[in-house]
Ligand binder design. Structure first.
Ligand code: SAM
Length: 278
């Protein structure tokens, strides 16, 4: 993964909002995985393996009469990509309680402070789905609960779970880069109760958790729901994200098969995050 080549699209957007937010949501659905907003619009990154020349065909907002959106694109080497992050990664604060920032940012005055160097991994809190998962974790009591962070990316959610008193915590990602990046971030935040594991749902066999957090995507969640349900203790909490409002019925339906009862929905820019109880 460390030699992954990305393609960067530089979108100029006039007027900026809500076009940039809609554009990011649509691009996320098409397979773009990172976004850096700027004063002209947004730069969006997609792995070259995921790219094809028709990738923008279904992006509806590009056809809107209300906004003028132009773009250029080019291959991005990993080193340049990292530099982009360093230049553009602004700290975020969720619900005035939890900040997520890079090591070179000043320490903010929030109750919880997470330091992340995302490199090539997803999960700085800038994406709607990460933001909502942070909100769920902030709202729920995790003290002494065992937690699985499935699809951990940078490890940001596992790190917050530990700060909220959870232990022990497994953070799992099938992507080698995310695995390595989570290890770094776990160390950076002095998290002592997190085990980072490289793999997919097959590594969960025989494991049990009080809380499962999975911010991945609709299809993987549907595919692995049975495993999550098997791994969840009685009265356990399941938090899911990485999909849209339209996907809720199919996700709920799959959960119902395993007696997972819907509790709460959070929503941001059409992305949603759901809580279920076992
Ligand atoms: C949307 S990101 C979420 C990252 C982080 N948890 C957050 O909330 O910001 C999804 C992550 O899931 C990982 N992933 C995708 N499919 C997976 C699978 N089948 N098993 C484990 N990890 C997976 C990806 O590598 C990616 O890091």
């Amino acid at each position: 993964m460390s030699n992954t080549i990305y393609i960067g699209y530089y979108f100029k957007v006039q007027p900026l909002q809500p076009a940039v937010e809609i554009l990011i949501a649509e691009l996320g659905y098409a397979g773009f995985e990172s976004f850096v907003e700027n004063e002209d619009g947004v730069t969006a990154y997609i792995q070259k393996d995921e790219w094809n020349e028709n990738i923008l065909d279904d992006i509806q907002i590009l056809n809107s009469d209300e906004f003028e959106i132009t773009y250029t694109f080019e291959d991005i080497e990993q080193t340049n990509w990292n530099e982009e992050w360093e230049k553009n990664f602004n700290p975020i604060v969720v619900d005035d309680m939890c900040s997520v920032r890079a090591p070179f940012h000043e320490k903010p005055n929030t109750q919880y402070d997470i330091v992340i160097e995302p490199k090539m991994s997803f999960g700085t809190g800038h994406h709607e789905t990460t933001h909502m998962m942070i909100q769920h974790i902030l709202k729920n009591d995790l003290k002494d609960k065992s937690v699985l962070d499935m699809g951990c990316g940078t490890g940001v959610l596992a790190i917050l779970a530990e700060i909220k008193g959870a232990k022990p915590i497994d953070a799992v990602d099938y992507d080698n880069w995310c695995y390595l990046n989570s290890l770094e971030n776990v160390e950076r935040n002095k998290s002592n109760h997190i085990t980072v594991i490289e793999g997919d749902a097959s590594v969960l066999e025989g494991k049990k958790y009080d809380v499962i957090i999975a911010n991945i995507n609709r299809n993987i969640l549907l595919q692995d729901m049975k495993t999550y349900a098997t791994c969840l203790n009685e009265n356990g909490m399941l938090f899911l994200s990485g999909f849209y409002n339209d996907d809720i019925p199919i996700i709920k339906n799959e959960c119902e098969k395993y007696m997972l009862n819907f509790q709460e929905k959070l929503e941001r820019n059409n992305w949603v995050s759901l809580k279920f109880l076992n």
